[in-house]
Design a protein around this ligand. Structure first.
Ligand code: HT7
Ligand code: ZN
Length: 876
């Protein structure tokens, strides 16, 4: 398979004017008639043929303006259809007939069948598995869709746009027709047919139009879609109020299916969702599930403007829609919940997922210039770093100018297939600011390292801040230019107030943001009456690694006084990380671990501080993860030592804070009936982290087993189950709880996924045997991506000691899974394989085992393009 390069982009030779598709639905032999009206683009050579994309297709019929095309005029392969001698000018109509087999489609791309429901997934290149087509995002057209199917089996026939009508057909069949007036690329096409229950509501837009809202789920599950519906209505309202974006069809539909490769898909007017991100009730969904549903419903809805109305010119521009839409869903969740707590969660996620990607063999720019398999570019760099880049534009320009730029983007590019350059230009044109250096964030991969040091001079009342930036080398990019890094900062005085400088030299400072633009830069602040403590990169204004040597006292000062709660959390994290690293090293050297009392005091003080919201206190008490410690160590990592070191620090905090944790566990409960709102979720989070510390202080499963029995919602139940399994894996209490959980939720696969994940993440070498045994459990259905992610994915991504067993058996297990999954679902296999992206930072023995496992995969002659691409980049 060849490499696709941005530099080779050129528009199509033929312009697509209209698409008419007719589907005759059949489980194994669905007929697709595609009537496509084209004209030759001005200036294109009259001899140029029309080349359409295909994937595993067989051509069954081809008409040109309703006449059969002679075999000499076209060439059809499984991958393409080339038609020659087409009219030089004026429109012509091509009718292509294909037959496809939805039942056999285990890749879950194109049209497939899941639990009796027919559905499509076309992004990025799935449409070409349905019919021959110019399957690229810059080919936009209005679509008319007719679906014909057996009425009893498929009472529901859905597609994009507005419903035109329907009726009965021959032999017990019926039909429905849909028209989408908004020109769209093929990746936004969707079709759903089957028998589903529905939850209905409506929304009146800001200009007074009524929109019918429908969420389709399996029969009997309708009550579990109520929260998703509520989230949808809040998203629609928020997008009008915050960004002035109104919905544009008469109907908006969401369909939940159980076999799905990712979270959800933003098809125009007909979003298709992994049912995990739709279904929720207190008995089966955790607070995290509720938050995910809210965020993903919002994300897909927001794509209607950022992705659908304005789409991408080519797949190199993927972050144009994904980064911007993540930014929008982050802002939505921040407005719905607690802004600082949301920001902490985002930064935790960014550091644990995107930073390792950017530091490893899969690193790539937010706007890449080449790819071998586009499915492998739906990465955390495209999504999360892409969102951070947009957040930086907002920080750099300020709220008003950011809004002007975004308004211009919506106005100027509505209906376009645009580029990242078009997007940035809107901010330049709206504000007059030159963003050329800033644009390096799109083009240079790697997390910049900023080294900072501050010095106070009492005699001149000045504070000097010296900064140095370095962007590490990444694959294909050995050297980098200095970036424009917006750093939010504060100088916090001894009394806790923020100093106001009388002047600044050395570079641009706008409000609370200083602009680092040189490799080395020194800012001098004058009129600072006493020694301040520097709080830098507040709110994580730039996605960088910051090295700033600060004393524990200074960090504790920020943790106590910074008005920015995020900065307080960051300071406490910076206080904790060196202790966790030291603990790892001490244990490796056979020494006993001494946890500094400054850290213990700061954490317990925060836990006790009732002026702080419970969710924030819970975040502070959640120490950096084992993966965070490994990242900070950087190389020669021994996951067992990291785990043991972290455990001893947790135990020291637990012993010192036992009374605090007991009292939080006993008193920190929401009042009244269950609510998934952020306040109540925060209380549950604080109570549950307190319970987790108690397992280190008390060393007995009994209190946790009691919490398991007492739990009246899934958050508390799952936390108790996790603590039992992870802290007391061999106890009778754990066995009893796992058994009770399975019996109670036997019929609910999404909850059984939690049961798989809890067990797959039990720390230690023994877990691999358990995972192997669970693969034979009747609840484990290997064709379902959620099941595979819950068991195999949780083990590989979230069990550092189990997966990275010193004997390499974890890697060999994963390699064998990849080789089994790949022929059926390459996208899923490739994604699982990225769990090994940091293999080079392991200690030599483990790294050798990891390399061998990767080579085993690499040696397979039949790898998909997806897995081939990942394994080769990982071994390079
Ligand atoms: N735009 C979508 C990304 C996507 C996807 C979703 C489901 C299955 C396959 C997929 N390929 C790409 C989802 C989103 O980011 O909103
Ligand atoms: Zn998206």
């Amino acid at each position: 398979n060849k490499i696709v390069e941005l530099a080779h982009y050129r528009p199509t030779d033929f312009v697509l004017e209209r698409v008419d598709l007719t589907f005759e639905i059949d489980p194994t032999n669905t007929k697709v008639d595609a009537r496509l009206i084209f004209h030759r683009r001005d200036g294109v050579d009259a001899a140029a043929p029309l080349v359409l994309d295909g994937d595993e297709l067989t051509l069954s019929g081809l008409l040109l303006d309703q006449n059969e095309v002679p075999a000499s005029q076209y060439t059809a392969t499984a991958q393409s259809l080339t038609i020659r001698d087409l009219p030089e000018s004026g429109p012509f109509e091509i009718t292509v007939t294909t037959f496809i087999n939805p039942q056999a489609n285990s890749q879950l791309m194109g049209l497939y069948r899941t639990n009796g429901i027919y559905c499509t997934q076309c992004e990025a290149e799935g449409f070409r598995r349905i019919t021959y087509f110019p399957d690229r995002p810059d080919v936009l057209a209005p679509y008319t869709i007719t679906i014909i199917a057996d009425k009893a089996a498929n009472p529901l026939l859905l597609s994009n746009g507005n419903y035109l009508g329907g009726g009965n057909y021959d032999e017990g069949r019926h039909f429905a027709a849909w028209f989408d007036p908004h020109p769209k690329p093929s990746y936004l096409f969707a079709l759903v047919a089957g028998d589903l229950g529905v939850v209905e509501d409506s929304f009146t837009t800001m200009s007074g139009r009524d929109v019918a809202l429908k969420i389709y789920v399996e029969h009997g599950k309708e009550p579990r879609a109520a929260f998703a519906m509520d989230a949808l209505k809040r998203s629609m309202k928020w997008d009008e109020e915050r960004f002035g974006r109104e919905y544009d069809l008469d109907i908006f539909m969401v369909v939940a299916v159980s076999d799905f490769n990712m979270g959800a898909m933003e098809n125009k007017g007909l979003n298709v969702f992994n049912d995990k991100y739709v279904l929720a009730d207190p008995d089966t969904a955790t607070d995290q599930d509720y938050a995910n549903i809210e965020a993903i419903i919002a994300h897909e809805y927001f794509h209607n403007w950022t992705g659908n109305r304005i789409t991408c010119r080519d797949w190199f521009q993927l972050s144009l829609k994904e980064g911007l839409t993540v930014y929008r869903d982050h802002e939505f969740s921040a407005d719905m919940r607690s802004r600082p707590v949301k920001r902490i969660a985002e930064v935790r996620h960014l550091k644990s997922e995107q930073f390792p990607e950017d530091a490893g063999p899969l690193a790539h720019p937010v706007r890449p210039t080449k790819y071998r398999e586009i499915n492998n570019f739906y990465t955390t760099t495209i999504y999360e770093k892409g969102s951070e880049v947009i957040r930086m534009i907002a920080t750099l320009l300020g709220a008003d100018d950011f809004k002007k730029g975004l308004d211009l983007y919506f106005e100027r590019h509505d209906g376009d297939a645009a580029t990242v350059e078009d997007f940035v230009k809107c901010f330049e044109d709206a504000t007059g600011r030159d963003l050329s250096q800033f644009s390096l964030w799109y083009h240079q991969a790697g997390t910049p390292l900023v080294t900072a040091s501050g010095a106070y001079d009492a005699t001149t009342a000045t504070f000097t801040l010296s900064l140095e930036q370095m962007v590490p080398a990444t694959p294909g990019q050995p050297s980098k230019e200095p970036m424009h890094i917006p750093l939010s900062f504060a100088l916090i005085l001894a009394d806790g107030t923020v100093a106001t400088a009388t002047g600044v030299t050395g570079g641009e400072v706008t409000g609370e943001v200083l602009h680092l633009t040189e490799r080395n830069q020194t800012f001098t602040f004058t009129g600072i009456a006493s020694r301040p403590v520097l709080s830098l990169n507040r709110s994580f204004s730039a996605p960088i690694n910051l090295h700033l040597d600060q004393s524990p006292d200074d960090l504790a000062h920020i943790a106590r006084h910074d008005p920015d709660l995020f900065a307080r959390w960051q300071a406490l994290t910076d206080l904790a990380l060196p202790s966790l690293i030291q603990a790892t090293r001490d244990l490796q050297d056979g020494k006993t671990v001494e946890t500094p009392s400054a850290l213990i005091t700061a954490l317990i003080e925060t836990a006790d501080d009732e002026s702080l919201e419970p969710a924030f206190r819970a975040q502070v008490l959640t120490l950096p993860s084992e993966a965070d410690i490994a990242r900070e160590l950087g190389r020669n990592n021994d996951p067992d030592a990291i785990h043991a070191g972290r455990t001893s620090v947790l135990a020291a905090i637990a012993e010192a804070g036992v009374s605090t944790f007991q009292s939080l566990f006993q008193t920190m409960r929401p009042d009244g009936a269950f609510s998934p709102d952020a306040q109540d979720a925060g209380k549950r989070a604080l109570r549950n982290i307190a319970l987790s510390y108690l397992t280190y202080a008390e060393q007995s499963p009994a209190p946790v087993a009691e919490a398991f029995s007492d739990a009246d919602n899934m958050t508390d139940l799952l936390q108790a189950l996790t603590l039992l399994a992870h802290r007391f894996p061999d106890s009778g209490e754990t066995e009893g709880a796992l058994g009770a959980f399975l019996t109670r939720f036997d019929a609910n696969p999404l909850v059984i996924d939690k049961w798989f994940a809890v067990q797959a993440t039990i720390p230690g070498a023994a877990t691999l045997d358990r995972v192997n045994a669970l693969m034979n459990d009747p609840h484990f259905t290997p064709g379902n991506p959620n099941r595979v992610r819950a068991l195999v994915g949780s083990f590989a991504f979230s069990n550092p000691t189990g997966f990275n067993r010193a004997d390499g058996a974890g890697y060999r297990f994963l390699a064998s899974q990849i080789l089994q999954i790949d022929p059926k679902n390459p996208q899923l296999a490739a994604r699982l394989l990225t769990s090994m992206r940091s293999w080079r930072s392991l200690e030599p023995q483990r790294a050798d085992h990891a390399r061998s496992a990767l080579l085993t995969i690499d040696r397979s002659a039949t790898l998909s393009n997806d897995v081939r691409d990942i394994v080769e980049r990982m071994l390079k």
